[in-house]
Ligand binder design. Structure first.
Ligand SMILES: [Ca+2]
Length: 420
C-alpha cells in the first residue's frame, strides 16, 4: 500500500489494457534518511495500497519486443513483405477483483461550491452505503482540514531510485532480524493462517516489515482528517479519496468503530498492513474468530487480511514468485509493457530470457507465464522473471521494486527462521 509511482514517473506509465492506473505513489521515492517514524510514512505515497493501479515499470516494450528486431533490408522494389511475424501469443491476465468505487463528480468537482460538494458527499455516502446522513454530517463536522497532507501528496516527485539504492532500505540487518523476531513471536498464528490461505507466513511478515517496520510506523494522522483533506483539497485525486472517505464512514458503521478514533498514514492507510478503508471493508478478515475485523490492534486479523488480500488478487498456493534470469548476449531489451505475467516462457526464451538453473519455474503443465523485470543492481543490470505471485505482490503496491523487496525480505526472514 505504499505509494510508488510519482507524478513524474507516471508520465512514463502506460495504461495496461486490463487495468486502470491511478496516479502516484511514494515507496519508490523513499528517502532512506526518513525511514523511521512517521516521516517514513509520509514519504510514501498516496497510494493506497490497495488501490493503486499505478505501475511504475520501466515500460517499454514487450509487445514492442516484436518491433525491436531489425527487419530485413527492404528490397529495392519495396514490395510488401510476404510474411509478417504473428503477434506474440499472450496469456490471459491474472483475474482481479472489481475496481473500487470512486466518488461522483458532484462531490469532487472543484468548481462547485464547497457546501454543495459536502451535501453531495452526504447523499452519496448515505445512498451508496446506507450510512445515515446525519451521522455523515456529524462525522464531517469533526474533520479537520490538514494542508500538510495535501502538500505531501502534491509535492514534486523525486527521481526514481535504482534497485541498488532501494534494496538496502528494506534488506538491512535490522529489518531482517526484526522480521525473524516478529515471526518467532507470532509463529503459531502466522503458520495457521499460512496453512489455510496458501500465503507463506514470511510474505505476510515481510509486508508488515516493509509497510510499517513491524508496527513501528503505522502513522499518526487521523484517517478522517487525512481523507477529508485529500477528498476536498486535492482535486487531482478527489474521486479516489472521497470514495475512500465514504468507505471510512461505511467501515465505521459496519465495524462499530468511531471513525474519528482511527489513525494512519497521511493518505489514510491504517494498521500493521496499511489498509485503506475500502480494502479493509472488502478484504479484511476476522482472523481470530471473535466476530470483529480489527486491523488496527488485532494481529490475527491483520495476518488473515494481508493473506486474503493476496488471495483475492490471485495468489497461488505453492506457486513460484520470481526467478533470476539469464539474458542471451544478443537479446534485445525486454521492457515489458505489462507487469502482468502474460508472456509464455517459451516466448521469453525465444527473446533470450530464461530462468537460471535452479531457480523457481512454474509447475509442469501450468499455463503460467512471466514478465521480465530489469533492475539496476549493485553489479549492474539484473534480469528476473516475475511470475503470477510476484504480480500479486505488486497489487499491494504497484512497483516491481516494492514486490522484489517484499520477496527478498521474505526469503531472508525464512532463512533466518530455520529455513523451510
Ligand atoms: Ca477479530
Amino acid at each position: 500500500m505504499l505509494g510508488t509511482a510519482t507524478s513524474r514517473t507516471l508520465a512514463s506509465l502506460k495504461r495496461h489494457p486490463h487495468a486502470s492506473f491511478s496516479a502516484r505513489g511514494g515507496a519508490f521515492e523513499i528517502d532512506a534518511s526518513r525511514c523511521s517514524g512517521d516521516a517514513f510514512l509520509e514519504s510514501r505515497a498516496t497510494l493506497a495500497p490497495m488501490n493503486r493501479r499505478a505501475m511504475l515499470f520501466p515500460l517499454t516494450l514487450a509487445l514492442a519486443a516484436c518491433a525491436t528486431q531489425s527487419p530485413p533490408p527492404a528490397p529495392a522494389t519495396a514490395a510488401p513483405p510476404a510474411t509478417v511475424a504473428p503477434p506474440a501469443p499472450l496469456l490471459p491476465p491474472v483475474p482481479q477483483p472489481p475496481e473500487r468505487p470512486v466518488a461522483p463528480a458532484s462531490v469532487t468537482d472543484p468548481m462547485l461550491p464547497q457546501a454543495q460538494r459536502i451535501d453531495a458527499f452526504v447523499d452519496y455516502t448515505a445512498s451508496a452505503y446506507g450510512v445515515p446522513a446525519q451521522s455523515v454530517r456529524d462525522g464531517l463536522a469533526r474533520a479537520q482540514f490538514l494542508q500538510r497532507t495535501v502538500d505531501i501528496i502534491a509535492r514534486p516527485a523525486e527521481a526514481v531510485r535504482p534497485w541498488s539504492a532501494y534494496r538496502p532500505i528494506f534488506l538491512d540487518d535490522a529489518r531482517i532480524t526484526g522480521g525473524v523476531a516478529f515471526y518467532a513471536q507470532n509463529r503459531a498464528d502466522l503458520d495457521r493462517i499460512a496453512a489455510s490461505t496458501g500465503v507463506p507466513a514470511e510474505y505476510i511478515v515481510a509486508i508488515i516489515g516493509v509497510e510499517t517496520n513491524y508496527g513501528k510506523n503505522t502513522g499518526s494522522y487521523r484517517v478522517l482528517d487525512a481523507l477529508y483533506s485529500l477528498a476536498f483539497g486535492y482535486p487531482k485525486r478527489a474521486p479516489f479519496f472521497a470514495g475512500e472517505l465514504a468507505q471510512l464512514f461505511a467501515l465505521g458503521q459496519d465495524e462499530h468503530i468511531d471513525v474519528a478514533s482511527l489513525t494512519g498514514s497521511y493518505a489514510g492507510a491504517m494498521g500493521l498492513g496499511q489498509f485503506m478503508p475500502s480494502s479493509y471493508r472488502l478484504w479484511g478478515k476476522d482472523g481470530d474468530g471473535d466476530g470483529k475485523r480489527d486491523l488496527i490492534s488485532d494481529k490475527d486479523d491483520v495476518f488473515a487480511s494481508i493473506a486474503n488480500y493476496f488471495v483475492v488478487h490471485g495468489w497461488q498456493r505453492g506457486g513460484a514468485v520470481v526467478a533470476r534470469a539469464t539474458r542471451d548476449p544478443s537479446a534485445a531489451d525486454f521492457v515489458a509493457d505489462s507487469i502482468d505475467p502474460v508472456y509464455p516462457l517459451p516466448l521469453l526464451a525465444q527473446r533470450g530470457y530464461r530462468p537460471q538453473a535452479g531457480e523457481p519455474v512454474p509447475a509442469a503443465g501450468a499455463a503460467e507465464g512471466a514478465t521480465v523485470i530489469t533492475l539496476d543492481g549493485d553489479a549492474g543490470k539484473e534480469y528476473w522473471l516475475g511470475y503470477r505471485n510476484f504480480y500479486v505482490i505488486t497489487r499491494y503496491n504497484h512497483s516491481p521494486m516494492y514486490a522484489m523487496a517484499v520477496h527478498q525480505l521474505a526469503q531472508a526472514i525464512r532463512a533466518g527462521s530455520g529455513g523451510a
